[in-house]
Design a protein around this ligand. Structure first.
Ligand code: C2E
Ligand code: MG
Ligand code: MG
Length: 494
């Protein structure tokens, strides 16, 4: 089929351009409103973009710099900024009819002083000035932004990875970088990315703040606001860190215990130890708040060993009273990274003369992914049990069930909560129970709050349950009252 005249002549024009420029030079054909009609292979190679993401997009999405300056930069595949000199030529009327097209020629340069002021020296990524500049172009349009602060290698890898998803990042401080999304769904896109980052690095490695442009606030003010929010979050963390340190020093932590009930023989088969922090000025701080901070600020190991020791001591005390319940202890992935972990665990067990089999460590799925199997193998060799906590919320761990020596999985309470109203949750819970049975491990339902859910779990042959329905986490002297058979019988009456 004959192509329209204009298309034909553009093709011919491009052919000529291809012959004219060396392979380093980038050029684009753009229309009157700046939309890209053609970009050279050299552009695709440098940026890693593909045609469909480039064509009909404004070239300013890819070519950064001051409007008045011909010194610009592009962002390479890994996020580094690469300086170019820009020349813009209107295409000849003879070459192309109808629409007015122009061609942008970008030649590599090393002497673009102006461009370098937009580049972060250390990482070669775009810097804060570049971010403000780009944001100001979108001043009145919807956009969202998040800034990430943290050290880990994984986090900077994450920044580079975002570029393969065609997202620009800006290094705005020594340990801080930002990411910026435009368009109607900017906020959702930013929230999704935030979640992705959080899920792929440990919480201790980053603090993330996100902001949405309301079309009123100036870009640099918005950025400043985000940075201030980040600072506030850090200050809040510092306060809790101080509370954690002083509590450690004064031996002020305590443990509460929540029974785990065997649904077959209707007895309390174990307890989970849960850490509590009651601070004299800050009041009671929930573990979901302070554990990530303890991880981030390097206190989790010491706290973790305190918990292990205290829980084993309690288990041993109960054993001496003739109460033989399995003791489950939550262990942070970071604590398991300690090379001495298995050795210290073994010393603690010996000290309290606790049979290793009566201790179970609850680990989250993330640990399995990051750690390889050796820590877990060592722990297993001691005879201690392992269970996967919050199963189903982290990474897909089905293969771990095959490769790791896991004794139990705990179905996360988010699935249990709505199991009777949400068909998907029901499908997930029944499948997980089935899965656990098939691979021959124990399955525990967390967060059971109602009789109906309990009945459902019994019907579906779940092994154990834990939740407010039977008992909230309680101090040791109170929880013992729930160990008796009559308490359990009440749970199963009718
Ligand atoms: P987790 O290990 O999944 O613990 C279960 C959480 O669910 C506990 O919250 C418990 O109080 C709560 N829970 C139990 N039954 C119900 C119920 O029926 N309904 C509802 N809504 N909640 C229920 P808690 O004590 O606030 O602990 C939160 C998380 O903090 C734990 O989740 C665990 O990840 C972490 N954590 C607690 N203690 C420690 C610890 O000593 N070390 C470490 N590394 N993490 C800990
Ligand atoms: Mg747990
Ligand atoms: Mg859990």
């Amino acid at each position: 089929m004959q192509r329209p005249l204009q298309e034909q002549s553009v093709a011919y024009f491009i052919e000529r351009l291809n012959q004219t420029f060396d392979s380093e030079t980038i050029y684009m054909v753009v229309d009157e409103s700046g939309l890209i009609q053609y970009a050279s292979d050299s552009f695709m190679q440098l940026t890693g973009h593909h045609g469909h993401l480039v064509y009909q997009n404004n070239y300013e999405r890819f070519v950064y710099g001051h409007e008045s300056s011909n010194q610009v930069w592009l962002q390479g595949k890994d996020g580094s900024a690469v300086p170019y000199m820009k020349t813009s030529l209107e295409m000849n009327e003879d070459d192309v009819s109808e629409t007015k097209l122009s061609i942008l020629i970008l030649q590599p340069t090393e002497s673009a002083y102006e461009t370098y002021s937009y580049i972060d020296d250390r990482t070669k990524a775009m810097n804060k000035r570049a971010l403000v500049e780009v944001m100001s172009k979108y001043r009145t349009k919807p956009f969202a932004l998040f800034i990430v602060s943290g050290m880990g290698e994984e986090l900077s890898e994450k920044r580079k990875e975002l570029h393969s998803d065609h997202v620009s990042t800006y290094v705005i401080g020594e340990r801080t970088w930002a990411c910026f999304k435009t368009g109607e769904h900017a906020e959702k896109a930013v929230l999704d990315m935030k979640e992705k980052i959080r899920a792929s690095v440990y919480p201790y490695e980053c603090t993330i703040i996100h902001m949405v442009n309301d079309g009123v606030i100036a870009p640099d003010d918005l950025l400043e606001k985000a940075e201030r929010a980040l600072e506030q979050e850090r200050e809040g963390e510092a306060l809790i860190e101080e509370a954690l340190r002083s509590t450690l020093e004064s031996d002020g932590f305590s443990l509460v215990y929540q029974p785990q009930v065997n649904l077959q023989d209707k007895t309390v088969i174990g307890v989970e130890a849960l850490l509590r922090l009651e601070h004299e000025t800050l009041g009671s701080i929930p573990p979901l708040t302070f554990i990530p901070i303890a991880e981030k600020r390097g206190l989790i190991k010491e706290i973790g060993y305190w918990v292990l020791n205290e829980a084993c001591k309690q288990a041993s005390l109960w054993r001496n009273m003739g109460i033989k319940v399995r003791m489950s202890v939550n262990v942070s992935p970071l604590q398991c990274r300690d090379k001495e972990f298995a050795d210290r665990l073994s010393v603690i067990l010996d000290e309290h003369r606790l049979p290793p089999r009566s201790l179970s460590l609850e680990i989250t799925e993330g640990l399995l992914l990051f750690e390889g199997d050796h820590v877990l193998e060592e722990v297993k060799r001691l005879g201690v049990q392992l269970s996967i906590d919050d199963f189903g919320t982290g990474y897909s761990t089905l293969s771990y069930l095959k490769h790791f020596p896991v004794d139990a999985l705990k179905i996360d309470q988010t699935f249990i909560r709505d199991v009777l109203v949400d068909g998907k949750d029901e499908a997930i819970v029944t499948s997980l129970i089935d899965l656990a049975k098939r691979v021959g491990i124990n399955v525990i339902a967390e967060g059971v709050e109602t009789e109906d859910v309990l009945a459902f779990l019994k019907e579906n042959h779940c092994n154990e349950m834990q939740g407010y329905l039977y008992c909230k986490p309680l101090p040791p002297e109170q929880v013992v009252h729930y160990f008796g058979q009559d308490c359990c019988d009440q749970l199963f009456s009718e």
